[in-house]
Each structure stands twice: as C-alpha cells, then as structure tokens.
Design a protein around this ligand. Structure first.
Ligand SMILES: C=CC1=C(C)c2cc3[nH]c(cc4nc(cc5[nH]c(cc1n2)c(C)c5CCC(=O)O)C(CCC(=O)O)=C4C)c(C)c3C=C
Ligand SMILES: [Fe+2]
Length: 487
C-alpha cells in the first residue's frame, strides 16, 4: 500500500489502538484486572507522519470520550469509561474496538446468524525449504522494515536480499527444532479448543486461522469467511500485547481487504486488540510460573526472568507503539497475582530476538543473563511472555542459546515456563473474551476503490526492481551491517 492510499485508509477507517503510559507503579494501582474491564476509546490522528494507521491516543478528560468514540464515517468504539490516572489524564486502555457508524442490530433481528472468530498469528515455515520465502514475506512487510517514504520502493528488493542473507542462520534454528515451526499445528489446536470452549458456552462459531507470513494466510481465511457467509466476526490476534509489528501488521492486511470489498465492509466486526490484562490470562501465566518454580531446589530463591520479543526502539519512541508499556503492565499484573499467592520472588524483564543494525528495546536478554551470572544469581526461571505458543524463539533461542549462555555465566539451576498453548484456563478466557466482544461487533460502512494503478504498471515495476536491487545491494553491504554481524 503506498503512502497516499495508506493515509486515505486512515481517514476512512480510523482504527484505534490503545495506549498506556509507560510503566509506573502508581498508575497501575488503579489499573483494572477484571476480565471484562477495558475497551479502547480513541482514534487515530489524521495526517500522521507515520504510515501506521492505528495510532495510540491519550484522551484529556473522561467527558470527551463519549463524543470522541463516535467518529464520522468510520471507526466506532464502544463501551467503557476511561480510567483516570493519577496525573489527572484519562487514558485509553486496551480492549475491543469495532468498525462502523452504527451498532449492529441485536441478533434476534437477524434471520440466521453465523458467527466467525478469526485468530490472527504470525505463521512459520513448515519445512526448511520454506524458510527463505517466509523471511521474504516478513521483511517485505512495511510494518517490519519501516522505510522512509522516499525509499519505500526498495521494500521488496531489500526483503529479497535480507531474506536470502538471513536464511542460512534461520534454517539452522529451524533445523535444531525439528526442521520447521510448530506454529501452524499449535494454532490449529488452539482454534479447535476455542471452538469447543465456545460450544460449551452455547456459542456455535466457525474459528478461522489467518497467518501473516505463511500458510494459511490471512487472505485465505478471509476468503473462507466470505464463502461461509459469516454474519458477525470477532478478530482475535494471538498476541497478548499490541505491537505495530504484529497485531498492527495483521490488522492492516484486514483493513485493506475490508476496505476494498463491499461485502466485507458491511460485515459487523469486533477486534480484540490486546488482552494481556485479562484476569484469565494473568492467572494462567501465574499458574505456569508457580508450578515451574517448584522444580527448583529452593523455589523462592529463583529469579523470575521475563523474556519478551523485542522491537526496534524507534517503534516505541517515534511511531508510538504501545508494546513496551503494555509489556511492563503485563509483567506488573502477573507479579501482583503471584504476590497475592505468596510468591515473592525477584523478577526482571529483558527483550530477545533482535535482528538488524538498529537499536532494539533494552535490556537485551543475552546481556542481562551474563550480568545476572556475574552478580551471583544461581537459579533462574525464564518466562516467554510475548507469545502464547511454542515457537522457534522459545524452543531454540531460549531453550538452547540462552540456556547455554546462562549456564556458562554461572547460573546453575535453569528452568523455563512452557508457552500457554492449549492450557484450559487460558482457552476458557479467550472464549470469554470472544463472548464479551460479540455484541460489540459493528459494520464498517464505507468502501471504496484503491488507487493502486502504479502497482500494476509492469514498466514502472521493472524500473523499481532494477534500481531497488542496486540500492539494496549497496545498503546491505554497508560496513555497519557486517560490523555488527546481525543478519
Ligand atoms: C510479539 C511477538 C513478536 C514481535 C513483537 C516480533 C517482532 C519482530 N520480529 C522480527 C523478525 C523475525 N521474527 C521471526 C520469527 C518470529 N517472530 C515472532 C514474534 C514476534 N515478532 C514469532 C512468534 C516468530 C517465530 C515463528 C516461528 O516460525 O516459530 C523471524 C524468523 C526467525 C528468525 O530468523 O529469527 C524474524 C527474522 C522483526 C524484525 C520484528 C519487529 C520489527
Ligand atoms: Fe519476530
């Protein structure tokens, strides 16, 4: 999507993203933990310099919310009064947001309702042969490599080059965990479990899986949703915390599809943007941690080491990604839950999996592990916290690379909390989140054609690819990339 199309999408759809202030214990004292708690109540700033259409916002007074949550010709956010923080500003917190001008009629008015739940996830290569094309899809995403507007024509050639250069290292990782990502299998299992949990609540739904970078792609899932004539849809990203690079990127795909298709633009949709604050999720994480601590010789001496997937600092500081703030809130809530159970272990948070020659969120997991070893920490429980399935970064990076590094650094007792996968309490909570979101689904009323003629012009494309490849080549072989050995 080029920049002009992007900004008109912004003006038409005005999807919102919630934001929270950076971690501050005082703020969090009033932070709601109940699972039906919070819903977004903000919308995007028009004419933003960022290409990202889902902008965070702060609302200056609670009274403003009612007026602001109805946005002409676009995005409508329902429910909830904003929570006031101690500095007197009401802030939007994470939750459900919906499209459209008007709330959809009650289900009793609809002849035959067919409910769909769309699970969004990242996707992963299933065979070593898939690794390079998977990486291409990932790096071709403008929400993953955010180029300045002037250089956007380099996106695809750059993605081609980076994916080819990174593939050998990634393949080693995937080979070490059995030759492919378990993500598709686990996500399908979660989808089945969610369907059953919803059936137990007398909600009969079709659950779809839409991956961002590998099969089954989000686009395929949406086509199936159309074929199945779904009349109401809940979109549930399988990322507890919102990031531009994950949920944001998948929502952008959906947004483009819905905008271009009149049938879809009339479909009532509710989007659950982030759900890390849900009681069921927090308790499920606390259960796993509590259980795993029992495997240590002296459970209360083990440090709880939260390791989150990182994002480049510029996402947070320049583009307003709420990811870091949400992550810190999430850790706070898990620790509060543990304290309430009498678990008072020390804890820390670090960020893993950085890629490329830019600054990522700090502290870095590998550096902190070495420091903790040097400080004399002997027992450490690693807790992957940004993702709810086992994947390459838990199975290879944490279980192999970081474990070895920790042991070499003097840590003697190492443990790792498993990913939630299909943990019953967690799936139950996701089912509750879907049930709560359902009445909030509203139709996106606008549709329109995109002006993407230039994308279909073969001559322009050929010129782009040629110059793009030359420039990418120069960029990639710049000494910085090699000096840092980061590809
Ligand atoms: C919340 C989770 C994730 C964030 C945030 C995220 C951002 C992000 N990731 C990359 C680059 C890569 N990610 C890769 C794999 C990968 N990433 C996540 C999750 C988040 N990414 C998952 C779950 C996976 C694994 C999927 C699987 O196959 O199991 C990879 C490929 C693997 C590798 O080579 O290391 C890359 C590359 C960037 C650049 C980024 C933010 C900008
Ligand atoms: Fe990633």
């Amino acid at each position: 999507m080029d920049a002009s199309a992007s900004s008109s999408v912004v003006s038409r759809m005005k999807l919102a993203v919630s934001n929270l202030p950076n971690f501050n214990e005082k703020n969090l004292k009033s932070y709601p933990q109940n699972r039906t708690s919070v819903y977004s109540c903000c919308y995007s700033a028009q004419g933003s310099q960022h290409r990202f259409p889902f902008q965070p916002c702060m609302i200056s007074s609670p009274q403003l919310v009612d007026e602001r949550n109805r946005i002409p010709n676009g995005f409508y956010i329902t429910k909830d009064v904003p929570k006031k923080n101690p500095v007197g500003k009401a802030f939007c917190s994470a939750g459900v947001c919906t499209y459209g001008d008007s709330v959809v009629e009650e289900s009793s008015h609809i002849a035959e309702e067919k409910i769909g739940v769309l699970l969004l996830n990242l996707g992963g290569p299933e065979k070593l042969h898939d690794v390079q094309p998977f990486l291409y899809n990932l790096f071709a995403d403008p929400d993953i490599i955010r180029l300045p507007r002037l250089f956007q024509f380099l996106q695809r050639p750059l993605a081609q080059l980076i994916s080819v250069l990174r593939a050998p290292k990634s393949k080693e990782g995937y080979a070490a965990i059995g030759g492919g990502s378990p993500l598709r299998r686990i996500t399908n299992e979660q989808a089945d479990a969610l369907k059953m949990a919803l059936e137990a609540k007398r909600k009969h739904v079709n659950v779809y899986v839409g991956m961002r970078y590998w099969y089954p792609f989000t686009e395929e899932a949406v086509h199936q949703i159309k074929r199945d004539r779904i009349t109401r849809l809940v979109v549930l990203p399988l990322y507890p915390q919102f990031s531009i690079s994950t949920t944001g990127s998948s929502l952008r795909v959906l947004q483009n599809m819905f905008w271009e298709d009149e049938c879809l633009s009339g479909l009532p949709v509710a989007i659950i943007q982030s759900w890390y604050q849900r009681e069921g999720y927090i308790k499920s994480m606390a259960d796993l941690i509590e259980k795993e601590l029992q495997n240590f010789p002296v459970p209360n001496e083990a440090m709880i080491f939260f390791s989150a997937h990182g994002v480049p600092v510029s996402y947070v500081e320049e583009a307003g990604d709420p990811y870091k703030g949400q992550m810190e809130d999430c850790i706070y809530l898990i620790m509060e839950e543990l304290k309430a159970r009498g678990v008072n272990n020390a804890h820390t948070l670090a960020y893993q999996s950085r890629v490329g020659p830019v600054q990522w969120l700090k502290p870095y997991t590998d550096e902190v592990l070495v420091e903790l070893g040097q400080k004399g920490i002997k027992s450490l429980l690693a807790v992957p916290v940004s993702f709810v399935s086992e994947h390459i970064e838990t199975l290879e990076e944490i279980d192999m690379e970081y474990k070895n590094l920790a042991l070499e650094s003097g840590i003697e007792n190492w443990g790792r909390v498993p990913a939630l996968n299909c943990t019953a309490t967690f799936i139950e909570d996701l089912a509750d989140a879907v049930v709560e979101a359902l009445p909030l689904a509203t139709a996106m009323s606008t549709s329109g054609s995109t002006s993407k003629e230039s994308d279909n012009d073969p001559i322009k494309n050929a010129i782009r690819i040629f110059f793009g490849s030359v420039l990418s080549f120069i960029l990639l072989f710049s000494p910085m990339v090699f000096k840092n050995n980061l590809l």
